[in-house]
Design a protein around this ligand. Structure first.
Ligand code: ARG
Length: 270
């Protein structure tokens, strides 16, 4: 317990000072990235606590779990970090077109995606949930018959929901670019439910007491998040080495605590 707390404090101090240097662009030693010493990261900052815009903390730039990991890794490797926000659906095309050097967006390393990009190991796990208005009581896809269900365009949730809708029948799917749009449309009653990862649903529910979520049985579907790179990128190995260090030295655990425990508690007003 003591150890955990100390790691957390160290990581907190680290992450805030590293963030400042990343913004100020003070990175120095060598690099082979797109623009000399700078690496461009693609993300979709609609995904708290992985990446999102927050006025107090972000100063106009995305903040979150993925941002802290990316900041740590690029700083360790001596790169300056530039973050580019885009729709989730545009991230893999951006990597393929060389418009980004890597991507972190709570992205799941599926077999289909592996045909187009390379992935690091998984750094955090997640399960799918059904988010709906409080009192809806949806527990499984079977409860969604006759309902309109929202999913994020290009996400694994869109794929899963499409398969289930075909299998079960009479489920109407609505795809949107941003998770925030799904939440808004649900609150407005234009969609009945949305399929969202538990790690993200939790935060939205903390902020919207009129919503509820139920975790779905994942089966053996792919889940969790990994860092994505253009196919054949030499960065993958370098990033993986630092990611392994982060797993071994407690930095990753401290960031998990920061964003998936402390941040949620804060959101819930504890
Ligand atoms: N893990 C899911 C996937 O890979 C959803 C990720 C959505 N990420 C985001 N930043 N909106 O499809």
């Amino acid at each position: 317990m003591l150890m955990r707390r100390r790691n957390f404090l160290v990581a907190l101090a680290l992450s805030s000072s590293l963030l400042v240097s990343a913004i100020a662009g003070c990175g120095s030693n060598g690099g082979t990235a797109s623009d000399g010493n700078k690496l461009v990261m693609a993300t979709s900052a609609d995904y708290p606590p992985y990446e999102f815009f927050e006025t107090e903390r972000g100063d106009g730039k995305p903040v979150g779990f993925d941002i802290d990991i990316a900041t740590y890794i690029t700083e360790e490797l001596g790169y300056e970090l530039e973050i580019q926000d885009m729709d989730f659906n545009g991230i893999i095309p951006a990597l393929q077109a060389g418009r980004a050097d890597f991507a972190m967006a709570g992205m799941t390393p599926t077999a289909e995606r592996k045909e187009n990009v390379d992935f690091s190991s998984i750094y955090y796990d997640a399960k799918n949930t059904i988010v709906a208005k409080a009192g809806s009581g949806f527990k499984t896809y079977d409860d969604l018959v006759g309902k309109t269900v929202g999913v994020q365009l290009g996400s694994i949730q869109e794929n899963e929901a499409r398969e289930k809708a075909e299998e079960i029948g009479n489920i109407t799917l609505e795809s949107r670019n941003k998770i925030s749009e799904l939440i808004q449309e649900m609150k407005a009653g234009r969609i009945d439910a949305a399929i969202v990862e538990d790690t993200v649903a939790k935060g939205y529910i903390a902020n919207n007491p009129d919503l509820e979520f139920t975790t779905l049985d994942g089966g053996e579907e792919a889940s969790g998040s990994a860092i994505a790179f253009p196919k054949g990128s030499e960065l993958r190995e370098k990033f993986e080495a630092v990611l392994q260090d982060m797993k071994a030295n407690g930095t990753l655990e401290a960031l998990i605590k920061k964003w998936f425990e402390d941040y949620y508690a804060e959101q819930a007003g504890e």
